[in-house]
Design a protein around this ligand. Sequence first.
Ligand SMILES: [Zn+2]
Length: 296
Amino acid sequence: MSDGPPLHEISSARRYAGGVTVRVVRAGWFRPDAGGFFGVVPAPLWRRVTSTDDRGRLLCRLNLLLIEAGTKRILVETGTGVRMSDKDRDIKGVEGGDPAAALRAVGEDPESIDFVVVTHLHYDHAGGMVDEAGRPLFPRARYVVQRDEAEAARGDELRLAGIMEAEQLEAVRAAGQLAEVAGEVEIMDGVTVTRTGGHTRGSQAVLIGSSRPGGRAGDSTERAIFFGDLIPTRWQLPVRWTSAYDDYPIDAVEVRSELVPRAAAEGWWCYFTHDPGDLPIQIEATEKGFRVREPA
Ligand SMILES: [Zn+2]
């Protein structure tokens, strides 16, 4: 077991434009292989920002977002779920990973979730869409997945064989709970999913904070973004630091080089799906590139 923070935690709520609130739910630990995670980046460079265990793995977390918008509750990401083999859990260093257990541990009811946003269909994001028996884990929720991602999962590309959670996706679809979306779609006032691609064909990010006028006086005007695996931790802020797991690295660099400067210029609060540190953070531009803005 890990020293330090507990397996399951929830952050205090931060309020954004349009009255949307966001909390970070920590659903467990996992330890991706550093070589794969940093891809083409030479080890002497990434070793300046993080370090590995004796198996060459990085200590990362499985971060979910619990968003409240109006009367609706949105869960972003589902962790690994409970269907991984013990061998697989050992290789990937997974502890926990069950989103329902994580929610209950912090006093939240999985049945209260209205929407589940899955950024993409890899095991550490989509594995928890279903329970041990393969039924949708969030009984009242609509699951929001980009159509491109669902089609890639159902396709027959060799690189994706056994990589995408196609069985989980089919279980959700068969239960009538799948909402396939295309491109940029507002799920609730102030909560928008947008297709980024890059990491996978239909990866999506979540934008938080309404751009519409008409908020009440005194409301926050702040915005936030959850990048999914397009930028999995703060360590990957250099926009060309793609991972070996990025299926479309050229696209990933292009989209990152649009979003990161915008996040810095507009002061967006940034949430990362695998970052072990305190979230959210803001980004600043420096002569040497983008970095985390230290709190004033
Ligand atoms: Zn991931």
